[in-house]
Design a protein around this ligand. Structure first.
Ligand code: HEC
Ligand code: HEC
Length: 609
């Protein structure tokens, strides 16, 4: 099989080189109509929900509506992500920062809670469906009015593939019904149908075997999904490696063959990457601040030197690397770090590996920019204790820096420029070479049965991946990656789990009850190296973290947390399942980032005046 794939891959390459990539005009009208028609049916069934008394019929009608929505979601949500998220997003209230209003939860996931409850709340159902219908009507208008172009088709289809991986088979999409595996099959059926009515014919004329490979890979995945509907037992390891990746590989090949659009680096995903698990599957530039994304390598080297230089702090004793140490995955191994007054700071030091893939920074997620996070280090009394306007004379006059400044073409005027260079360096601290990544790319097949079970649970029954999203494993939400989620999970003050931590997190900004104890979802990549855990460093090992989740977080342990976003119920994981999840988390350790940066650390660390 593998051999076959490689040969056909080469043939395709040769073939596509001979073609002039002129695109025949493909008629996308029927594909657009397909989306319109399914959205209309989703609306029809949604509208019927309030007219039905029989509970069993009600559930069926719900599934009908959701089914048709799934078949139109790719294009609808692509055109209008905000409405798409309202229609099919988490069943949680939304706080509007601009006007301080709280919007009640609506959409399929909320309606499922109502429809599948023991007794039906008619009033809630009427409200939820009427608001959801408003959003669906909006989507319908968009889908009807905006012509389906080849480029839109590719982006939308690609989004839908990622949704299957990150939101479908993980249960994010289906918290009440647990039909994520079945719905993923449905998504793929829609995907195939649209493919066949749009580009397929053109692909046949250019490369018949590719067309066949695309169809076969999708068919095989649908069969596999339909044969393994049990959400808990579904083997994510096998599915991704053997059934899902072939689809994305063919899809990338299709792009290369048809050249229907130019690859771009301003979108979160690199559409040329053959799977979602490559080292370059994400475009770092998209995640960088718009005014600081064109750094050259000289600037990054400058940033690196500055990162290790304690002369930037007023005391001359504190560098970024003091707390973000390369040999501890750029964290520090402490419960909380020590400020320049010798006293512990409030929160635990997070890893910087892959931190660029965040849309909010600080544990409370209050800032949307890496630069503001770093600026805070400069201005904070107990950290660098300086200002952004100053700049250290020592640095300016240092010969080594003078050379580096010259290479970057400009001499910094203030710490603002320094901060930009450090950001550019932090944006290079990325790593996707863990055992997990290599196995997901099919470079090796080395997962133990325990790790396979751990992955099945992490992406399934234990719900971890509904917040720590695959493949980044942080809270930045696929497929648009425009926000990083903050959650209320109820972290306690001490490892004895006796009382809630006093730090209210994001609450301090708007004094909104929903935000009490709300913190950003951090990455679990490299968790093996970043103990202690949580914003307050309360847990010293992953077993304690797992016990916390197994008990339903703070709410499940009896703390007063009405707005906890983590389900309160116990996960009912036994000891061996817990061990498996921990074993899986350890496959997310990426030794390469540490290794490559450790050598430079010694060279640069300048700790005293
Ligand atoms: C005294 C220890 C200390 C020093 C020095 C320090 N940091 Fe941090 N860093 C922290 C802590 C603690 C947090 C979490 C702060 C919070 O959420 O309130 C943090 C958070 C961060 C984050 C956010 C990561 C994420 O995923 O949200 C980045 C980025 C960061 N630091 C970069 C830097 C850089 C760059 C420097 C040097 C200019 C630096 N830090 C210096 C302790 C430190
Ligand atoms: C409802 C969303 C949610 C779910 C579900 C969830 N987490 Fe978390 N996770 C978070 C948030 C938010 C934090 C940070 C909380 C804090 O510090 O107050 C966190 C923190 C962690 C940390 C600590 C990371 C660090 O650097 O300190 C680990 C490890 C972790 N989670 C693993 C898991 C595992 C394993 C599961 C599944 C059993 C899971 N999480 C389920 C939201 C979630």
């Amino acid at each position: 099989m593998r051999l076959l794939f490689t040969t056909s891959f080469l043939l395709i390459l040769l073939y596509s080189c001979q073609q002039n990539n002129e695109v025949q005009k493909t008629d996308f009208i029927s594909a657009q109509n397909y989306y319109v028609s399914h959205l209309e049916q989703a609306i029809f069934y949604m509208d019927s929900l309030t007219k039905i008394d029989n509970p069993a019929t009600l559930k069926q009608i719900y599934f009908q509506s959701k089914r048709h929505y799934k078949l139109s979601e790719a294009y609808a949500a692509y055109l209008n992500p905000e409405a798409g998220t309202r229609v099919n997003g988490p069943p949680l209230p939304i706080y509007k920062e601009d006007n301080g209003k709280v919007m009640a939860p609506v959409g399929y996931q909320t309606i499922a809670e109502t429809v599948f409850a023991n007794s039906l709340d008619q009033e809630a159902l009427a409200y939820q469906t009427s608001i959801t219908l408003g959003y669906l009507d909006n989507l319908l208008k968009n889908v009807k009015e905006r012509e389906l172009t080849p480029e839109r088709f590719f982006f939308a289809a690609h989004d839908q593939l990622l949704r299957i991986l990150a939101l479908g088979i993980t249960g994010f999409d289906t918290p009440t019904t647990f039909k994520g595996v079945e719905e993923s099959a449905l998504s793929l059926e829609g995907f195939l149908e649209v493919y066949e009515m749009s580009v397929s014919e053109n692909v046949i004329s250019k490369n018949e075997s590719l067309n066949k490979a695309i169809k076969e890979s999708i068919d095989r995945a649908i069969v596999y999904l339909n044969n393994s509907k049990d959400f808990d037992q579904f083997d994510r390891y096998e599915f991704i490696r053997e059934y899902f990746n072939p689809i994305t590989r063919n899809w990338a090949q299709l792009n290369a063959t048809m050249a229907l659009w130019e690859p771009v680096d301003y979108k979160p995903l690199n559409f040329v990457a053959p799977t979602f698990f490559e080292e370059n599957s994400f475009n770092v530039k998209y995640f960088e601040s718009p005014n600081n994304r064109e750094a050259d390598s000289a600037t990054m080297i400058l940033g690196e030197k500055l990162f290790f230089d304690a002369r930037l702090s007023k005391s001359g004793k504190m560098a970024c690397a003091t707390c973000h140490s390369p040999d501890k995955a750029f964290a520090d191994g402490l419960k909380t770090p020590i400020g320049n007054d010798g006293m512990p700071l409030l929160r635990n030091t997070p890893t910087l590996v892959n931190s660029i893939f965040n849309k909010s920074f600080f544990w409370d997620g209050r800032s949307g920019k890496l630069e503001s996070q770093i600026t805070n280090v400069f201005t904070e009394k107990r950290e660098y204790n300086t200002t952004v306007h100053e700049i250290s004379i020592e640095i300016l006059e240092d010969v080594a820096y003078k050379t580096l400044f010259k290479e970057t073409g400009k001499t910094p005027r203030s710490n603002n420029d320094i901060i930009k260079s450090i950001s550019s360096y932090v944006a290079t601290l990325n790593g996707f070479n863990s055992k997990f990544d290599k196995n997901m790319r099919n470079e090796e097949n080395t997962f133990t049965s325990q790790e396979i079970e751990g992955m099945r649970l992490y992406m399934g029954k234990a719900l971890c991946a509904t917040c720590h999203f695959v493949p980044l494993m942080n809270g930045t939400v696929p497929p648009f990656y425009s926000e990083t989620e903050k959650e209320v999970i109820g972290v306690p003050a001490t490892a004895e789990n006796e009382e809630l931590d006093a730090d209210l997190g994001f609450y301090s900004f708007f004094k909104e009850d929903l935000h009490k104890g709300m913190f950003k979802t951090p990455t679990v990549r490299n968790a093996e190296l970043t103990a202690p855990y949580m914003h307050n460093g309360v847990y010293t090992d992953l077993n304690q973290v797992m016990d916390f989740y197994n008990n339903g977080g703070g709410g499940g342990m009896g703390f007063d947390l009405p707005h906890q976003t983590l389900p309160f119920d116990s996960l009912s994981l036994n000891d061996s399942e817990i061990e498996s999840i921990i074993a899986f988390m350890k496959t997310l350790t990426d030794a390469d980032v540490q290794k490559s940066k450790k050598s430079t650390a010694k060279e640069f660390l300048t700790l005293s005046k």
